[in-house]
Design a protein around this ligand. Structure first.
Ligand SMILES: *Cc1c(COP(=O)(O)O)cnc(C)c1O
Length: 222
């Protein structure tokens, strides 16, 4: 597939050590993912359960699938069996169900809490204050089979650099405040933020994991 290996190399060359790359492969054919895989890429991001399940069967078993879309509670069981990281936990109820399904499956599921700071009402996630209050309540101590590894967020969809910086700063601050509130919350280190158009700014604001689709695979055809 034209350009994928070059695009991947170009993106990688801009990432400082310690920043992970999720190649967002939603809506991309398996051939495109296989091409990126052949260049050593192992983490891929998908946003729909059926598509993830189908691709996971067709592609190598050592791929680390990241689930990055809105997850319906009735589809948790399927995702728990496949995903290496569920990045988009947007309600306490969803987290409880992930925990129950993980326990049932005899595995520990790694998740990120999704925080909403962007201006678009269409994006999901907890407001920072809401998420901080939830952690302050100590609810996470009752989880049996879930490891909360950090938070995920998106900046507003705008060309306004100051706005994007403010959004990423708010997401990074939210993670830092939660870590300070909950010293017993170990391994809460992942800050997943930054997409094709804004990942360099996200890294400046402390991102440890960028989710890049278009800059690797080209424009998506929905
Ligand atoms: C689609 C998507 C991305 C990738 O967006 P690009 O602009 O194509 O890099 C990243 N994060 C989430 C949550 C997405 O849904």
């Amino acid at each position: 597939m034209a350009g994928i290996s070059e695009n991947l190399e170009a993106v990688r060359s801009t990432l400082p050590p310690g920043v992970g790359l999720v190649a967002v492969s939603k809506f991309c054919p398996v051939e495109a993912i296989a091409e990126a895989y052949s260049c050593g890429q192992r983490a891929f991001g998908e946003s729909r359960v059926q598509e993830l399940a189908r691709k996971a069967v067709d592609l190598p078993a050592d791929i680390a699938w990241h689930f990055i879309g809105h997850l319906q509670t009735n589809k948790v069981r399927q995702v728990v069996g496949i995903a290496s990281l569920i990045e988009s936990v947007d309600s306490e109820r969803l987290l409880r169900i992930i925990d129950a399904e993980s326990e049932r499956a005899g595995k520990v599921t790694r998740v990120l809490m999704e925080v909403h700071v962007a201006q678009e009402a269409t994006k999901s996630g907890f407001l920072p204050a809401e998420l901080e209050a939830l952690f302050a309540s100590g609810f996470y101590r009752s989880l049996k089979a879930t490891h909360i590894c950090g938070i995920m967020g998106m900046a507003s969809n705008t060309d306004n650099r100051d706005r994007i910086l403010a959004d990423f700063t708010a997401i990074a601050d939210c993670r830092r405040r939660i870590a300070a509130l909950c010293p017993d919350l170990t391994g809460f280190d992942t800050l997943s933020m930054g997409m094709s158009g804004d990942y360099l700014l996200a890294i400046e604001c402390g991102s440890t994991l960028v989710r890049v689709g278009t800059a690797i695979f080209g424009e998506r055809h929905y």
